[in-house]
Design a protein around this ligand. Structure first.
Ligand code: 5GP
Length: 219
């Protein structure tokens, strides 16, 4: 376990947390994640594996690890994925080793995964999980954003729009809900969640025991 800057120059060791951001495709969660990663030195992104082909501009090892179905099934069987799910027509999963190492070292990990993966992580690692659902400001805006992206065919856009209402029905399963009216406000709100969750006593207990004992003259 290491430390971060929430206590200023004398940080107290804590375990990392798992911050999940879920939303229907196009609600703006990627923009929020990028801003968070840029502004906060103690959170890293969990890079998923997927069997879907890369979109223009996407990089292997940065956006996803693009793998074959055979490799995906091998990883599932070998227990190398912390959670995995079929989303649309493709398979996705979270590599286990990276996440576990980060948490033990006291680093927080950010996840861009769907409600199925969130349910699995809550079941297997509930105490470490903080989940945030990002809603679009309106269905019209969601459609506009999906079309503005211009990377998917009309068929895919239509399919995603019909999935959006189903995905949005899962908001009550999340700890926090952010309505993405402006990117700045949403980033500030997710950041507030992160700051508060880092201060939870159960995450900090090991470091706090030593800290308080030292103030009380005990070892
Ligand atoms: P896209 O193909 O547009 O990048 O992602 C489609 C959906 O898959 C998004 O809702 C995204 O959050 C979800 N997703 C991406 N990676 C994972 C993963 O590792 N596990 C799960 N359960 N969902 C994922």
């Amino acid at each position: 376990m290491t430390t971060d800057s929430i206590d200023g120059p004398h940080p107290i060791a804590r375990r990392g947390l798992m911050l999940i951001l879920s939303s229907p495709s196009g609600a703006g969660k990627t923009t929020i994640s990028r801003a968070l990663l840029k502004s906060d030195g103690n959170i890293t992104m969990s890079i998923s594996v997927t069997t879907r082909p890369p979109r223009p501009g996407e990089e292997h090892g940065k956006d996803y690890f693009f793998i074959t179905e055979a490799e995906y099934h091998r990883m599932v069987k070998a227990g190398e994925l912390l959670e995995h799910a079929r989303v649309f027509d493709n398979f996705y999963g979270t590599p286990r080793a990276y996440v576990e190492k980060q948490l033990v070292e006291g680093h927080d990990v950010l996840f861009d995964i769907d409600w199925q993966g969130t349910q699995q992580l809550k079941a297997s690692a509930g105490g470490d999980v903080v989940s945030v659902f990002v809603l679009p400001p309106s269905i019209e805006e969601l459609e506009k954003r999906l079309r503005g992206r211009a990377q998917d065919s009309e068929d895919v856009v239509r399919k995603r729009m019909s999935r959006a209402s189903h995905e949005m029905s899962h908001w009550p399963e999340y700890d926090y809900v952010v309505v993405n009216r402006t990117v700045e406000q949403s980033i500030a709100q997710v950041n507030s969640v992160l700051v508060a969750e880092r201060l939870r006593q159960r995450r900090r207990a090991p470091g706090l025991v030593a800290f308080v004992n030292s103030m009380r003259g005990e070892t």
